[in-house]
Ligand binder design. Structure first.
Ligand code: ADP
Length: 509
């Protein structure tokens, strides 16, 4: 559970407990007040009953005395005395009514009985007072029954009120006891729960924070493979751990990328230095020959002795050959650097590859004869026209054919070309020889610039190691590729795959 949820839940539980405590307190005091009010009513009713009982008793005594006087003397009662007596009866009646109010809902049945009997009694007494001075009026006031009936009802009501008062006092005691207990239990459970929640929350947060701290320390010390994965939280702390892990992943990838970029920059730098060293070496060789032979001829021209004309001509030939070699080398280097800097562009035109291949074969025919190689040309008729760079196509083919001838003596060179049946819009041509061959190790680098299969190749066969590098780059530029299959002592086959239109390369690539 998330930290925020845990905190919210804890807060809600504490608030609920607190509200329960406050609620219990208010309910307790309300119940106490209610019980107290009812108790007070009961006590007041009991007191009022006693008071009424006393008043009734006094009134009865007074009436009995007056009745005896009336029977024995002819004495009449004055208006003031009669009025006082009637007022006393009204007071009794009012007190009985008040008792009725106190008895409402509690001892209503007992009160109704009292009311009936007391009303009867009070009416009788009122009649006695009002007719006292009337000599014809006769009433047996010694009859105790109405008074005893009312008195019995009153005692009954009084007993009932006392019983209810005792019951209510008992309820008050029990309510106080219960609310006190609930308040104390609520108070202590709130404290216990708050402390427990606080403890667990603190220990949980503390553990998670320690793990996060350890993780950040490990990341900081460079251990970017470390993972903070022991945080059991799907919320904020879990998110924080994920963010740290994510950050370390990105940091590790960034460091990896920087190292890779540095390595490739170092490699490019080393390759550039190597390229420069190779270029200067390759340039120096023909230049030295040109300068050496030119100095030789210059000195010879200064000599008074006769010039050896055939030797002179041969030396001049060497100078011319070295100059041409130098030009070819410079052309190759320029081509290569143009391709590598992206400045080499395609000059597309529609041409017949069969014608170009045949022309190149014818140009190289004398060289083939020199090495006593037989050229076999097959499958050229059905080639479709190409919309590509004819000059580059020619150069690639010429490179391959001249290499095949250079590394083969008294062998066969087979040139074949055809449309690829399973790849419409593509043609393939290959130059196969029965020469010295290339080992699988050598095959991995012969396409690199200035790379030759053996250190002795240059001495034995000449060359600069640029032909295949340029051929590979040109093939790529034309939208195609070049591959080699070879076996030492058996021969090599260089195969070029090229699209009829460079724009269609994506479709087939
Ligand atoms: P160069 O021929 O000027 O040395 P290339 O780039 O054309 O440069 O060839 C690179 C190397 O590949 C050659 O020096 C040679 O060792 C090897 N090579 C190329 N073609 C052949 C082939 N037909 N037979 C054997 N080796 C070859």
């Amino acid at each position: 559970m998330s930290l925020r949820r845990q905190l919210t839940l804890s807060l809600v539980i504490i608030l609920v407990l607190f509200a329960a405590n406050v609620g219990t307190h208010f309910w307790g005091s309300y119940a106490r007040n209610e019980s107290m009010l009812a108790y007070r009513n009961s006590v007041s009713a009991a007191q009022l009953s006693t008071e009424i009982e006393q008043l009734l008793e006094d009134q009865r005594q007074q009436i009995l005395i007056l009745a005896a006087l009336r029977d024995t003397t002819e004495e009449q009662l004055g208006d003031a005395e009669l009025q006082r007596a009637e007022d006393a009866l009204v007071v009794i009646n009012q007190k009985i009514q008040k008792l009725g109010e106190l008895s409402r809902g509690v001892t209503e049945l007992d009160y109704d009985l009292l009311w009936q009997s007391s009303s009867k009694l009070l009416k009788r007494w009122l009649k006695f007072y009002r007719s006292y001075n009337d000599p014809t009026f006769k009433m047996n006031m010694n009859d105790p029954l109405p008074f005893l009936q009312a008195s019995a009802r009153l005692s009954e009501l009084e007993r009932r009120q006392e019983f209810i008062a005792a019951q209510r006092s008992d309820i008050i005691d029990r309510t106080i006891d219960l609310t006190d207990r609930i308040t104390v239990i609520g108070f202590f459970s709130s404290i216990f729960l708050t402390a427990t929640l606080g403890y667990f929350l603190l220990s949980y947060t503390n553990t998670s924070l320690k793990r996060l701290k350890k993780g950040t320390e490990r990341f900081g010390s460079g251990d970017l493979n470390y993972r903070i994965d022991n945080i059991d939280d799907t919320g904020e702390l879990g998110d924080l751990a994920d963010a740290f892990n994510d950050m370390s992943d990105k940091l590790r990838n960034a460091i990896y990328d920087v190292r890779k970029a540095k390595d490739s920059a170092d490699e490019a730098n080393a390759a550039k230095s190597m390229f420069l060293a190779n270029v200067s070496h390759e340039l120096r060789t023909p230049l030295n020959a040109i300068i050496g032979y030119s100095e030789l001829l210059h000195d010879e021209m200064g000599d008074k002795s006769d010039i050896n004309r055939p030797q002179f001509q041969q030396d001049l030939g060497t100078i011319i050959q070295s100059g041409r070699q130098l030009l070819t080398l410079i052309d190759d280097i320029l081509d290569l650097s143009k391709v590598e800097t992206g400045k080499m562009s395609l000059h597309c035109e529609t041409f017949n590859p069969t014608v170009v291949i045949k022309q190149a074969c014818e140009v190289l025919a004398p060289l083939l004869t020199n090495n006593h190689n037989e050229l076999l040309i097959s499958d050229l008729k059905e080639l479709p026209a190409l919309y590509n760079d004819a000059a580059k196509f020619r150069q690639v083919f010429t490179n391959l054919l001249s290499n095949a001838n250079k590394f083969t003596q008294h062998g066969h060179i087979r040139v074949s070309a055809q449309e690829v049946p399973e790849q419409p819009g593509w043609i393939t041509f290959s130059v196969e020889d029965t020469g010295i061959g290339i080992s699988s190790d050598q095959m991995s680098y012969v396409f690199d610039a200035f790379a030759q299969a053996e250190p002795s190749t240059s001495a034995n066969y000449g060359g600069t190691g640029l032909g295949l590098a340029i051929s590979r780059d040109f093939c790529k530029l034309m939208g195609g590729s070049i591959t080699v299959k070879s076996e030492i002592g058996v021969g090599s086959t260089f195969t070029v795959l090229i699209p009829t239109d460079p724009k269609s390369t994506h479709a087939a690539a």
